[in-house]
Design a protein around this ligand. Structure first.
Ligand SMILES: *[C@@H]1O[C@H](CO)[C@@H](O)[C@H](O)[C@H]1NC(C)=O
Ligand SMILES: *[C@@H]1O[C@H](CO)[C@@H](O)[C@H](O)[C@H]1NC(C)=O
Length: 158
């Protein structure tokens, strides 16, 4: 009960603090529910694997999306850029991108577009784990998303 009432207060605070236009956009777009999200660099390789499912208003069933892309360097401490058009989904109404700056310890931006409405999600830096396996040999660094596998995208842009 206590959690519910403080969440309600928090939401009420957000509603008064946010511009009206943004509220309307959020309501029409609805949340995009991401499930089973994974992103990781293949050990001793520069390639990264991405996979997730997305449910959204306007999709009759969840879409499955994936990508396999090069981060440019097998010793990368970042996840590979998924540029526009590189993220595959089994539903052509869905596209997505992922960008993590190469600066060590950066978070990432994950954008999912459904029927031309783009949702954006900020992946916190602490949700991406970098493991430096060997100091003298940077080629076997491991990088992986370690945050929640299921989350909602609630920020939208027209
Ligand atoms: C979750 O993702 C992993 C890795 O892509 C996959 O092997 C597994 O089957 C998925 N689980 C579900 C429930 O979709
Ligand atoms: C995601 O969308 C935001 C807002 O439009 C944009 O600034 C950012 O560059 C996009 N990121 C990627 C990886 O496409």
């Amino acid at each position: 009960m206590k959690t519910v009432s403080s969440a309600a207060l928090f939401l009420a605070g957000l509603a008064t603090a946010s511009p009206l236009q943004q509220q309307e956009t959020r309501q029409s777009a609805g949340p995009y529910e991401i499930t089973n999200f994974s992103a990781s660099k293949v050990h001793l390789s520069g390639y990264c694997n991405y996979a997730f499912d997305v449910s959204a208003p306007g999709l009759s069933s969840p879409a499955h999306c994936k990508a396999y892309l090069d981060s440019g360097f097998s010793g990368a401490t970042w996840l590979a850029l998924v540029y526009e058009g590189a993220g595959n989904c089994d539903n052509e109404a869905v596209t997505w991108t992922f960008f993590q700056p190469t600066t060590e310890g950066s978070g990432a931006t994950f954008n999912v577009t459904v029927n031309e409405v783009k949702g954006t999600y900020a992946v916190p830096a602490e949700d991406i784990t970098v493991t430096l396996n060997s100091e003298p040999n940077p080629f076997d660094n491991d990088v992986a998303y370690s945050g929640p596998k299921d989350f909602a995208i609630t920020e939208f842009e027209e």
